[in-house]
Design a protein around this ligand. Structure first.
Ligand SMILES: Cc1ncc(COP(=O)(O)O)c(C=O)c1O
Length: 378
């Protein structure tokens, strides 16, 4: 089936009891059993929930995986995937990742004896030498918030040469623009909070896999650790994915107006967006993705200028998160990436003047007018 058909139908047959076209919200904690050891395959809702399972089948189809498991947040999905590694093993990580991911790795898992090495993964040519031995490689591409691009296929080769697993956080692209599993990745992770849901009304996460051993582990962890996505939140994401193929082109069309506008604006310094030919890995991104997405970050040179812009916008909403139909604008240094130390941020280039915008689905002219008026006082 085509992508649009899968968005609307995959995992979502009409309900067998009533024929309801929209998957029901199975809001139950447990299921009546017919006798001891005799039931319909449903025992307890942490383990089995049909609304969640519909979403998991839907997302597995969209990412081209064989199975998927949904969790209470993107971070809970990350935590479940990191259960693939044990104390004493090594995880290589692209140097710029979402601040919460960095915080979870360095402030929680490192204390359990997992070793993390953060390194620039944008140049795969000498990555193998720089990375040394590792058991799992975790990358974002584009990265949050610097929009660095990593070559998924090349890094999959490096990982597999070591019998290691490649995990790609595909939150920024969504499967509409990029399918890491087809490029060699073993696991795809999403914060479904973002483009998959698309309406800024639910927090969730998913891990999509293509090997049964990985599915088995996630199934076990989902039930054993229990950070499941609720039936209602599962339903919200299912409703969101029905229009993913309609929303993503509109997000990108608007980004194609906002990105060049920012690029030519005299008050704006570097613009980080793979859609610009000036992006250092523009060609790598074009090779592995079918679009550039709608998250753009740009430098205003200092905290005060960033503050004036962020407090001067009227249509764009100042807030954490991204991927909703409404344009969100944020300040990584004090918001999403406050968990990095100042020194780590300085080394990476997450400056105090850096602003991140998630371009929504409004009228592009209105967004440009809003940014124009706010930049006038920045
Ligand atoms: C790229 C990326 N991955 C993971 C997460 C974590 O997702 P959640 O906030 O749903 O836990 C985020 C959150 O912003 C993110 O931007």
């Amino acid at each position: 089936m085509g992508f649009a058909t899968d968005c609307i139908h995959a995992g979502q047959e009409p309900d067998p009891t009533t024929g309801a076209v929209s998957v029901p919200i199975y809001q139950t904690s447990t299921y009546a059993q017919e006798g001891l050891g005799r039931h319909k395959g449903y025992e307890y809702a942490r383990t089995h929930n049909l609304t969640r399972r519909s979403l998991e089948r839907n997302l597995a189809a969209l990412e081209g995986g064989t199975d998927a498991y949904c969790f209470a947040s993107g971070m809970a999905a990350t935590q479940a995937v990191l259960s693939f590694v044990k104390s004493g093993q090594r995880v290589a990580v692209s140097d710029n990742v979402y601040g919460g991911t960095h915080r979870f790795f360095t402030k929680i898992l490192a204390d359990y004896g997992v070793e993390f090495t953060f390194l620039d993964a944008t140049d795969p040519s000498d990555f193998a030498d720089r990375a040394g031995r590792f058991d799992l490689l975790w990358i974002e591409t584009p990265t949050n918030p610097l929009m660095k691009i990593c070559d998924i296929a090349a890094l999959a080769e490096v990982a597999h040469a070591r019998d290691a697993i490649l995990v790609v956080d595909n939150t920024f692209m969504s499967p509409f623009f990029q399918k890491p599993l087809a490029l060699g990745a073993d696991v795809v992770v999403h914060s479904t909070t973002k483009f998959l849901n698309g309406h800024s009304d639910g927090v969730g996460g998913v891990a999509v896999v293509k090997k049964e051993a990985h599915a088995e582990r996630l199934r076990f962890v989902q039930n054993a650790a229990g950070a499941i996505l609720s039936p209602f939140d599962s339903w919200l994401v299912l409703r969101g994915t029905k229009t993913l193929h309609l929303r993503m082109p509109r997000h990108e069309e608007n980004a194609c107006t906002v990105g060049p506008f920012l690029y030519q604006h005299p008050k704006v310094g570097t613009v980080h967006w793979p859609g610009l030919p000036s992006h250092p890995n523009h060609e790598v991104h074009r090779k592995q993705a079918s679009g550039f997405g709608a998250v753009i970050s740009f430098d205003l040179g200092g905290l005060e200028a960033a503050r004036r812009l962020l407090e001067g916008v009227r249509l764009c909403t100042l807030g954490e998160s991204l991927g909703g139909v409404e344009t969100l604008i944020s300040h990584p240094a004090t918001m999403t990436h406050a968990g990095y130390t100042q020194q780590e941020r300085d080394t990476l280039g997450i400056t105090d003047g850096l602003v991140r915008i998630s371009v929504g689905c409004e009228d592009a002219d209105d967004l440009v007018a809003d940014l124009e008026q706010a930049l006038a006082s920045a």
